[in-house]
Structures are given as C-alpha cells and as structure tokens.
Design a protein around this ligand. Structure first.
Ligand code: UDP
Ligand code: MG
Length: 320
C-alpha cells in the first residue's frame, strides 16, 4: 500500500511567496503520486501562524481550487516551531508520513523524492541537510555555523546543517506526541525520539520573495532555547568555573597575606577594583544562566497549550 503523505508548511505573513510556491508543492505531490510513491489521498497542509496579511485568505482560496490543499490557522502568532508542531500533530492520525518544509521555496522540494524513497526503504526519520550555504549571506552562514558548534559543545545532539525540513513517519509522531515540553526545539527533540534515521542533502536556495523572519535577535533566542532545553551543561560549566575562580582567589589570598606580613603591601586599589568587577561579572552571568533554566521550569509548570487552532479550511473539516 502506498503511504499517505502530508506536507506540513508553516506560513507567517507569506502573501508574497505563497501563490508562487504552493503550485510547486502541488506539482511535486501529484508527481509523487503519479509515480506510485505516495497515495492519492496525500495533502499539502498549510499552517497559518497568525499572519497579519492575506496569507489565510490565500490558503482558503487555494483549498477551494484544489482539494489537495488543506489549511489550519493558529489563533495567534506563536512562532515557527509551534506552527510546525501544530501541523504535525494535526496530521499524525490522518497520514503515514509527514514532511515539514518552509513555504519560502528555500528548501529544494526535489529532495522529497529521496526522502520518500528512504521511508520506503525502512527509515522513519529523514533529515534534510544543506549541502552548502552559498546562498546565505556571509553573516548568516558564520552565525549559523557558530550556533551548531556551540550546540554540540554544550551537549545538545543536533544534526549538522539540518533545519526543519524533514520527513517523519506517523509512528515517530505518535511517540513524539508524548514529549510534552512547552519549550520547543524540534530539531533537537526529534533525535531523542529515536527510530531509524538517515539524511538527504540538498542545496538551499534564496528566498523567492518576502523577508526572513529570523533576524539576529530571534536567532540568538533560538540558540539559547536550543541549548537550555536540551542540555544542563551550562549549569555544570558555571560550577566548574566557580571552582576555578575560588582556587585562584584562595591562592591570591595567600599571596596577599604573605605580602602583607612582609610589610610590602601597597594601597591596592587597582587590584581590588579588578577583582570586584570580575567576580561580580561572573556572578551575574551565572545568575543569568540559572535564571534561564528557572524561566524554563516556570513555563513548563504552567502546562499551557502548545498551539490553539482557531480555523480550518472547509475541506479539512469535512474529512472528520
Ligand atoms: N514562520 C512561522 N512563524 C513565525 C516565523 C516564521 O510560521 O513566527 C515560518 C515562515 O513562514 C517560513 C518558516 O517559518 O515558512 C521559516 O521562516 P523564514 O523563512 O523567515 O526563516 P529563515 O529561512 O530566514 O531562517
Ligand atoms: Mg526561509
């Protein structure tokens, strides 16, 4: 039996891109089903992430045009990760496989063929991995590479150069649904679910239209979330660093005592100031890191819903 594929596409203020990329996704879907790789019942599922422009209207009219397009809308903007999660969770009981992909045409849709083939060969998770970052700006390339390095030294297991373009089987999604955290960092969580996985490489193009929603501030936020939701290594680093500073201080105390006893002490304003500044800096950073984790615990204890769906396209409802 051919598997039912749902392509899950988060969209936030994408009115400029959607009319261009939607037909490309449909063509790929029809092509795959014509070749007998996937079922006729496969769908393209758009998740409108509380867009302020006409994105939802476009999704609705697409769904009227062709029954392969379906859509859900989040009650407000909740961010890319939550939008993808909403789509995956909604799709999981209706399909055999999902592929999540951005709607801006940056990820090469032709990699889907290989992804589906890998699934048919028995893999439950297939990560799309960028083969090169030539189309990214120099700045984005350097920061992104630094980010992956930082993640791995901080003990978070992630697939290098993999964003959120991936195939997941319904079996994986059912297990994944039990990961109840509110602090979502999908690309770090999926490897934790396990199952047989492989990678497919593709080259990433430039955005077809519109603007990136990931400026530096958001990227830094994602980096901090990634590290703190996957690893407690920074807390351990603080402890090690604290021990190091304590040892140095201890030696410095002995040195100071000996100097004083020898009667060679001088008014030590400069050194005192340096020490005070340094130690208070270390303390504030450490408190900040601990605070980051406490903030995470705080959000987790509330157990707020991770997504709220306010609307669905008509053809999506009728299936239920
Ligand atoms: N996106 C979203 N919610 C947001 C921000 C972005 O659903 O709050 C979607 C966006 O529509 C796109 C994908 O996430 O499909 C990736 O965003 P973008 O292309 O802006 O990021 P970049 O590729 O520059 O990292
Ligand atoms: Mg993009």
């Amino acid at each position: 039996m051919t598997p039912i594929l749902y392509i899950v596409i988060p969209c936030y203020n994408e009115q400029a891109v959607l009319p261009v990329t939607a037909p490309l996704f449909l063509k790929k879907l029809n092509d795959l089903s014509a070749r007998g790789k996937i079922s006729e019942d496969s769908r393209i599922l758009f998740v409108n992430d509380g867009s302020r422009d006409d994105t939802w209207k476009i999704i609705c009219s697409l769904s009227e045009e062709d029954p392969h397009y379906v859509g859900i809308s989040q009650s407000r903007n909740r961010g890319h990760q939550n939008a993808v999660l909403a789509g995956l969770m909604e799709a999981r009981d209706r399909c055999d496989i999902t592929i999540s992909i951005d709607c801006d045409g940056q990820d090469d849709i032709n990699a889907m063929d290989e992804m589906v083939d890998a699934y048919l060969d028995g893999f439950d998770v297939v990560y799309g991995v960028r083969s090169s970052r030539e189309t990214d700006s120099f700045f984005k390339r350097v920061t992104a590479q630094g980010f992956y390095k930082l993640l791995s030294t901080m003990g978070a297991e992630v697939v290098y150069n993999h964003a959120d373009y991936r195939l997941m089987s319904a079996r994986v999604l059912r297990e994944f649904a039990n990961f109840r955290e509110v602090n979502l960092y999908l690309r770090g969580l999926v490897p934790l679910v396990g199952f047989q996985s492989t990678t497919v490489s593709y080259s990433r193009a430039e955005r077809i239209a519109g603007e990136s929603h990931y400026p530096l501030k958001k990227m830094l936020g994602l980096a901090v979330d990634g590290i703190t939701s996957l690893s407690v290594k920074p807390l351990r680093l603080i402890t090690s660093f604290g021990v190091l500073v304590a040892v140095i201080s201890f030696i410095a105390c002995i040195w100071a005592a000996i100097t004083a006893l020898r009667g060679r002490s001088v008014p030590g304003w400069a050194s005192m100031t340096c020490i005070v500044c340094f130690v208070s800096g270390v303390q504030l950073i450490s408190l900040g890191i601990i605070g980051e984790y406490i903030g995470k615990i705080y959000m987790e204890t509330k157990q707020r819903p991770r997504y709220i769906i306010s609307e669905r396209t008509r053809n999506w409802d009728s299936k239920e």
